[in-house]
Ligand binder design. Sequence first.
Ligand code: ADP
Ligand code: MG
Length: 242
Amino acid sequence: MSTPAVVLQQVSRVHGSGATRVQALTDVSLQVGAGELVAVMGPSGSGKSTLLNLAGGLDRPTGGTVLIGGVDTTSLSQGRLAQLRRRQVGFVFQDLNLIPSLTAAENVALPLELDGLGVRAAREQAVASLDDVGLADLADRFPEHMSGGQQQRVAIARALVGPRRVVLADEPTGALDSQTGEAVLQVLRARCDAGAAGLLVTHEARHAAWADRVVFLRDGVVVDTTGTPPTPESLLDPAQAG
Ligand code: ADP
Ligand code: MG
């Protein structure tokens, strides 16, 4: 079997030092293979975002090893790590940050063009990515002429454009109405079914139900993993999750 797309081996991350030292993760081991979507759950401050940032190469561990696409990120220069991230990893965050003076397709094509792809090829991949989120018809529309939900889907299309092997989403549905939220999860699921490895931070059971398995964090430690979607009773109180 080939190396899973994301591998965390005994990963620890300490933020700060001295009096402000925080051990955000301790000895976390996790593998996410191609085609797999893994949900990450746990209370606020349990290390979910830290885990996601490490898995995507936005941050480096203070202990242990992180492999992305089989590449050990610990030994990479900043520049190489940034390149790996741009080419292999799609991040879906809550904020939209669409550029108002660019059409939907231009917004989505932008990261590809910044990475050196030609305008035509970038446009083709951008329209394909917009098609994935059901917006191919609106490719030439400007953000101000789209609804909030449509803008969010353009942002998803931009985050996931091109042949990315790893897709990461940190509470992507937080600011969305439930219908748009479901659409986002559908796109994530489809990308994983198409061969990407996915990690989804969420505190909602019905969102985690889209995943193949769930990893529960508490105080920076994996306390449980389950191969089946969670039942409402097995979940933490959403009011204290974050
Ligand atoms: P979650 O996403 O589960 O809420 P985080 O990964 O954001 O948890 O944070 C885990 C712990 O690490 C928390 O105690 C948080 O305050 C701390 N932390 C996260 N990022 C930083 C940082 N850049 N500097 C200092 N402490 C941080
Ligand atoms: Mg977080």
